[in-house]
Ligand binder design. Structure first.
Ligand code: HEM
Length: 250
């Protein structure tokens, strides 16, 4: 019986904190609701925990199960209609994408989403094929954000993924940091050529890697197609290709 009491207490605590979170979320949208007319959030919590009997909860309360309880405090339908009308008015003059920072303009040939296929191999492993998507984006700052994901072909099962930042400099040099899903991190330095649309990178640091000693990456855009070659050196094998892939812009 004591155990049941403790269980109930635990569940009640969970319900309370979930309610508090849900209410704060709804409250946070700045809605002119009855909620705001209440003296404080404690009143709402007291109201909800008063009508939630712990026995009613089989497990962790979900937003769906909480909805009927918090709905009295939610904005009216009229509020949402007005808000949506306001939003569609605003979206007709939606803010334009941020202007390209001059520092990344020479690498604008990379920007966008690319999808393609690759081939992997190395003297110590069986070769394999994979699908891959790359995304190069910017937020108006002098840096390109990079994300990549790969999947097995033909099953589509997720494989390696990585993300990082590309920081070109005006003298034609570039530094890139990459974090891999395998736990390896790379600091890459190299050069780019905006006319030839190439970027060549050589690892200055490969961190948290048990086998890899060195990584090079070469990117090139030819006739609108992006391709890369990744080479690596391990403790046992000298620098040679591990990956090659080719992409079309989405
Ligand atoms: C720079 C990025 C990468 C590095 C540094 C890296 C590193 C390695 C290393 C050290 C090995 C083991 C080699 C050995 O045992 O001698 C390996 C194997 C492998 N890698 Fe990568 N890899 C990278 C990217 C990728 C990507 C993008 C994929 C998939 C699309 C991939 C798929 C594989 C596969 C399938 C194996 C063989 C695993 C096995 O047979 O046990 N790697 N990689």
């Amino acid at each position: 019986d004591r155990e049941t009491k403790e269980c109930r207490k635990k569940r009640e605590k969970k319900v309370k904190s979930t309610c508090r979170k849900a209410i704060k979320t709804f409250h946070g949208c700045g809605s002119p609701t009855t909620l705001q007319k209440l003296a404080c959030l404690d009143d709402v919590e007291r109201y909800i925990s008063g009508i939630v009997r712990p026995e009613a909860w089989a497990g962790t309360p979900t937003l769906e199960s909480l909805f009927p309880l918090v709905s009295p405090f939610l904005p009216t339908r009229r509020f949402w209609v007005r808000r949506m009308e306001g939003e569609s008015e605003r979206s007709s003059h939606a803010p334009s994408p941020p202007p390209l920072h001059p520092a990344i303009a020479p690498l604008s040939f990379l920007l966008g989403r690319w999808r393609g296929e690759g081939e992997g191999g190395f003297p110590t492993i069986n070769s394999f094929r994979y699908g891959e998507e790359l995304h190069f984006s910017h937020s108006g700052k002098p840096v390109i954000a990079y994300t990549q994901k790969t999947w097995k072909l033909p099953s589509g099962e997720p494989m390696h993924a990585e993300s990082g930042y590309w920081r070109p400099k005006s003298d034609g040099s570039i530094e890139v940091v990459i974090a891999q899903s395998t736990g390896i991190v790379e600091v890459q330095k190299g050069t780019y050529d905006s006319e030839k649309k190439i970027v060549s990178l050589q690892s200055e640091l490969v961190g948290n890697a048990s086998k890899v000693k060195e990584i090079t990456r070469f990117f090139e855009v030819v006739n609108g197609e992006l391709s890369y070659v990744v080479q690596m050196a391990t403790k046992l094998v000298s620098l040679q290709p591990h990956l090659k892939a080719i992409f079309n812009k989405l």
